[in-house]
Ligand binder design. Structure first.
Ligand SMILES: C[S@@+](CC[C@H](N)C(=O)[O-])C[C@H]1O[C@@H](n2cnc3c(N)ncnc32)[C@H](O)[C@@H]1O
Length: 212
């Protein structure tokens, strides 16, 4: 199980079979309050949804959206097995969210938006479904510098969340262009993995927040 940034209690109480494939989302999860409605973009096996479900409690609700039927099925089975009644998993694309307008208090997402070929659409959909004053809190991979073309086309680099990653300032601008305000990087960590001698920039795991 990925330990990055989660508390020991979260790691002990969340079903182990959910295995997080993300890049760590503690800031987003820490800010959730009882009774809130939370949406997780690209929920995978549901790890962050289950952590969020404990934070928002029985009066709150968590919706996980993922495009892969197998992941949705797996997450639903885990929720049922462990009695998470306040979590719902929906199959769908984050570029076309199966979620009502202005219905969400907080959107979280852990290492998924970098995989989308249309990030602007993802951010405008996020804006649509958030309530006024609602917040977007994502952990994602962004790039400082320019990725060589051959890496952009490399399937392994796609799977490793690098090939689709956007340049950091373009990513922040895409969020602003969707209508969000107070767009900021809460924290960032540079990865020291070497992906190619031709690439002299940085791969950054960033936690980004914005408000509707
Ligand atoms: C790297 S995994 C992260 C899963 C989860 N957030 C976690 O932290 O464990 C990426 C997930 O995003 C989903 N995904 C990728 N692109 C998507 C899209 N455009 N719409 C919906 N889901 C997507 C994949 O099916 C996969 O489950």
């Amino acid at each position: 199980m990925k330990l990055l940034g989660y508390t020991q209690k979260e790691l002990e109480t969340i079903p182990e079979e959910t295995i997080s494939l993300g890049c760590g989302n503690p800031v987003a999860l820490a800010s959730l309050k009882e009774g809130e409605t939370v949406l997780d973009l690209g929920s995978g096996a549901g790890f962050d949804c289950f952590v969020a479900a404990k934070k928002v409690g029985e009066k709150g609700k968590v919706i996980g959206v993922d495009m892969t039927p197998e992941m949705v099925q797996k997450a639903k089975a885990i929720a049922e097995k462990h009695g998470y009644n306040n979590v719902e998993f929906r199959q769908g694309e984050i570029e076309k969210l199966p979620v009502e307008d202005s219905s969400i208090d907080a959107i979280i997402s852990n290492c998924v938006i970098n995989l989308s070929p249309d990030k602007s659409k993802v951010f405008s959909e996020a804006y649509r479904v958030l309530k006024q004053g609602g917040r977007l809190m994502v952990s994602d991979i962004v790039i400082e510098g320019k990725l060589p073309k051959k890496i952009r086309k490399d399937l392994e680099a796609w799977a490793g969340c690098v090939a689709g990653a956007m340049e950091k300032s373009a990513y922040l601008n895409a969020i602003r262009n969707a209508g969000f305000k107070e767009v900021k990087i809460v924290s960032e960590t540079s990865s020291d993995c070497e992906i190619s001698e031709e690439f002299t920039g940085k791969i950054v795991s960033a936690k980004i927040e914005a408000k509707k």
